[in-house]
Design a protein around this ligand. Structure first.
Ligand code: GCO
Length: 435
């Protein structure tokens, strides 16, 4: 079979800090990404998410683009510091009003929101109290989840709690490339892992409705066939892939890392963390080549040789997506809920031509090949229910600022003009053909 079932969910994904802007408007207070991006030298172009795609003010235009695509669902994240601006924990009515407007606009267009509570933008007030190194942040997160569920729950199709825990743990707390920019020894950063999972488990208990876990998942291949590189690739597979999936789906940490996590685990914690969701989201972009090195974390991750590359330098490897889906299927078997591709996309140096078009044929090929890879996994017996392109709009790509464009729609940040790319029309036609 090459097509997708008529009830397959087609969507696009985005995240609050990357698209909303209005960073200091209507009561929103800084997140760690506001603090980090405003610091010297933290983003490639010196930019911040202060304005981003101005989605806060232009959401109706963006929802109209989603409706034109014919998507079933929009995966968005909500901003914790817009909804709970300070340590009092009191909700900000104006912040919640924005999400009311956005979800009502989606409902008016027959688009189901997949709401993610946390996409790396921890409130600065929570970081000042210790951030994810502090166990109490998990309790604050559950209080935030209750506020969001009470206000928006009547219109949310699918909930998720925390996007890509591995990336937030590793880039934010070990390498320092992302907010909050910490370079902790693994023995200390391990507390971040456990507190993120604890927060997610506590939030899962208050979110009524369909719950979806979300992790990045990528094949870790040894850079050479040396024993050292094979061991390094196996360790990276545990770190990136199993460290956050085993506890939620199996109720235990991977044995290789348990000694590191154990000091932070209290009686009853794993029963909270072991909250198997109704769906499991997979963010897939590329495959990793892992080489053994000396140092606190005895490995480094490289882009593998011999593949076409995106403008980000990532290998274009659709076969890796099939591998990820079949690996999850085999690894977790009856413990694995149906899967959803919650992010898949690519960065290319897209420009608007003199005729006002934006021809991104490389992105069309990328998306077509990755959809075929999903289909191949489904033909092999993997239960996949949906696919979200990252992203609708070009947006703030974290430490890369605005230098990397992932959108189906080109954004001119000087004018905020949206220009649908060739891939926008292709995705629209692909969705229509599957109905
Ligand atoms: C991620 C994040 C997104 C990124 C996207 C492109 O997976 O890193 O969820 O916020 O912008 O993946 O890198």
């Amino acid at each position: 079979m090459t097509g997708f079932p008529p009830d397959f969910t087609w969507g696009v994904a985005a995240a609050a800090y990357q698209v909303e802007g209005a960073a200091n408007e209507d009561g929103r207070t800084p997140s760690i990404w506001d603090t980090f991006a405003h610091a010297e030298g933290t983003t490639a172009d010196g930019s911040t998410g202060d304005v981003a795609c101005d989605h806060y003010h232009r959401f109706a235009e963006d929802v109209a683009l989603m409706a034109d695509l014919g998507i079933d669902s929009y995966r968005l994240s909500v901003s914790w510091s817009r909804i709970v601006p300070d340590a009092s924990g009191r909700p900000n009515p104006a912040g919640l009003d924005f999400y009311d407007r956005l979800l009502d606009s989606l409902a008016d267009n027959g688009i189901s929101p997949a709401v993610n509570l946390f996409h790396w933008d921890l409130p600065q007030w929570a970081q000042d109290a210790g951030g994810w190194q502090q166990r109490d942040t998990a309790a604050r997160f559950a209080e935030y989840a209750e506020i969001v569920a009470a206000r928006l729950g009547d219109r949310v199709g699918t909930w998720s709690t925390i996007n890509e825990m591995f990336e937030h743990f590793a880039l934010g707390h070990v390498t320092g490339e992302h907010a909050p920019g910490l370079t902790l020894p693994l023995e200390e950063a391990a507390g971040v892992v456990h507190h993120l999972l604890l927060a997610s488990g506590h939030a899962a208990q208050v979110l009524r409705g369909r719950l979806m876990g979300i992790t990045s998942y990528a094949p870790a291949r040894p850079h050479t066939d040396s024993d050292a590189d094979r061991d390094a690739a196996a360790l990276y597979d545990v770190l990136q892939n199993r460290l956050f999936t085993d506890p939620v789906l199996l109720g235990r940490y991977p044995a290789e890392l348990e000694p590191l996590i154990e000091p932070f685990v209290r009686e009853g914690d794993l029963a909270v963390v072991h909250a198997p969701p109704d769906l499991w989201g997979v963010n897939y972009y590329s495959i990793n080549s892992v080489r053994a090195t000396e140092g606190a974390v005895p490995l480094e991750v490289l882009a593998p040789q011999g593949f076409p590359r995106t403008a980000f330098g990532w290998a274009v490897a659709p076969e890796g997506l099939t591998e990820v889906l079949t690996t999850l299927h085999e690894r977790y078997a009856e413990h694995l809920p149906p899967l959803v591709i919650t992010e898949n996309g690519c960065a290319y140096d897209d420009t608007v031509d003199a005729a006002g078009g934006c021809d991104d044929l490389e992105r069309v090929v990328f998306l077509d090949e990755h959809l075929a890879a999903v289909r191949a996994a489904m033909n092999a017996g993997v239960d996949v229910r949906g696919y979200y392109v990252w992203s609708l709009l070009d947006n703030f790509e974290w430490a890369e600022g605005y230098t990397k464009r992932f959108g189906l729609v080109h954004v001119d940040y000087a004018t905020q003009r949206r220009t649908p790319k060739t891939s926008f029309g292709w995705y629209r036609d692909r969705i229509a053909a599957s109905r």
